[in-house]
Design a protein around this ligand. Structure first.
Ligand code: PLP
Length: 416
């Protein structure tokens, strides 16, 4: 049996432990929802003050040049790139994941439509259990385009192979599923899609900063992802998009705003796309929010994604083991794969009263979240989660279940 002392010993040997004090975390709180909103890097307070009180208040409009505001989307993209197996000039940080998905799905469909050998392909393949916005954006785009475009949804990743066929234009998938934490084999699925003549759009919302991603190595085509989850960029911080170098010359997206223009300040009446990845931009960026993203990236620069992954697997292994050892008499069902190759950085556990149990956990300072149906999600952020946090979280869960101290009639919050 694992003991609390074992967990403390794991913390003592943890090479990432020095990064925890860099985060502002309320005393006594066990924060296991960094997969929804990452904790605040302490440096963000000073960076926010700088952006507002120096760059805005004193620099005013000149800060577009002197404070590097105009270049920020691509400069941050270059800093983020190594975390996802991308190179310089391939990523911009901008807009939201939903908007970037729209841009890149449209770009991928446009690319296929322009190829005489692929122009008859009208099917977008995705998973029914994909994050809803990913499905809604694909549905909305297909409806908007008309001309026979349609969505084909599979109920399990095992059905993907058969579902990707000669009619498939684009395959759009989330690398790590938001509900189950299951991770897909990006390289194998991309290879199969290409063999069938389809392009891929990968959503890295639950991957960037959580698991090693190798977009170039997997030969992927397009990708998007969040910065406010494992990258700790702040609430609603802008998302990112990536376009494979081989597609950049042909890259066209429908939101042709002036920030994607070759010469935005020439004020030409005609749109002429800029060279390179800044074609993925649209209009003026939310600089205050964008600037915060750098504070999270600074912390990743002090470690490597392989060290993050090793600790992530140790944390999730420990959590699964402790839940099974200590809560064995309760009707809990593990929704996350046990195989490391199929696991992201979260563990999802279903319970018939999952919502009420999660509310009770949160009331006792163990913050996870809840996703329909029945799923309690526990996200593990290796930069600031300790092994003793895992122990304490499971002990609190065990106590709540043993004493049935949760309210099944608890009303739903607006955000669960
Ligand atoms: C979190 C998440 C999003 C969020 O999209 P927003 O546009 O930032 O609201 C999208 N897709 C997936 C898979 C997510 O996990």
């Amino acid at each position: 049996m694992t003991t609390r002392a074992d967990c403390a010993a794991m913390d003592a040997a943890d090479t990432l432990a020095p990064l925890r004090p860099e985060f502002a975390l309320p005393e006594g709180l066990i924060y296991l929802v960094g997969n929804s909103l990452g904790a605040m890097p302490k440096a963000a307070t000073e960076r926010a003050r700088q952006v507002v009180a120096d760059e805005w208040a004193n620099g005013l409009v000149g800060s577009w040049n002197t404070a590097g505001w105009f270049d920020l989307p691509s400069r941050l993209g270059d800093r983020l790139a190594p975390l996802i197996g991308a190179g310089a000039g391939e990523v911009v940080v901008t807009d939201t994941t939903s908007v970037n998905l729209f841009k890149l799905l449209a770009a991928a469909l446009h690319r296929q439509a322009a190829d005489p050998a692929a122009s008859a392909r009208k099917v977008i393949v995705t998973e029914r259990s994909n994050f809803p916005t990913d499905v809604y954006i694909a549905q909305g785009l297909a409806e908007w385009l008309g001309r026979g475009y349609q969505i084909r949804m599979v109920d399990s990743p095992d059905e993907l192979s058969a579902a990707i066929d000669a009619d498939t234009a684009v395959v759009t998938l989330t690398h790590v599923n938001y509900r189950t934490g299951r991770m897909l084999d990006m390289e194998a699925i991309t290879a199969h899609a290409h063999a069938q003549g389809a392009l891929t759009v990968w959503d890295l919302a639950h991957s960037a900063g959580a698991v090693p991603v190798d977009l170039r190595g997997a030969n992927a085509d397009y990708a998007v992802g969040c910065t406010y989850k494992y990258l700790n960029g702040g609430p609603g911080s802008p998302a990112f998009l990536w376009v494979a170098p081989r597609h950049q010359a042909e890259f066209r997206q429908p939101l042709t705003g002036w920030w994607a223009h070759a010469a935005p300040f020439a004020m030409h009446p005609e749109f002429k796309p800029t060279a390179g990845i800044r074609r993925g931009l649209c209009g003026t960026q939310p600089i205050a929010s964008l600037a915060m993203v750098e504070c999270g990236l600074d912390l990743f620069a002090r470690t490597g994604i392989d060290a993050v992954r090793a600790k992530s697997l140790a944390l999730t292994d420990l959590f699964i083991r402790l839940v099974e050892e200590r809560c064995a008499s309760h009707p809990l069902r593990l929704e996350t794969p046990r195989e490391h190759a199929q696991r992201g950085s979260q563990v999802s556990v279903a319970h018939p009263d999952g919502y009420a149990v999660m509310k009770a956990l949160i009331a006792r300072g163990v913050v996870g979240d809840y996703r329909e149906p029945e799923i309690m999600r526990f996200g593990f952020t290796p930069l600031y989660t300790r092994f003793v946090d895992v122990w304490n979280a499971v002990e609190t869960l065990r106590d709540i279940l043993d004493t049935r101290s949760y309210d099944v009639a608890a009303s739903r919050d607006q955000v669960t």
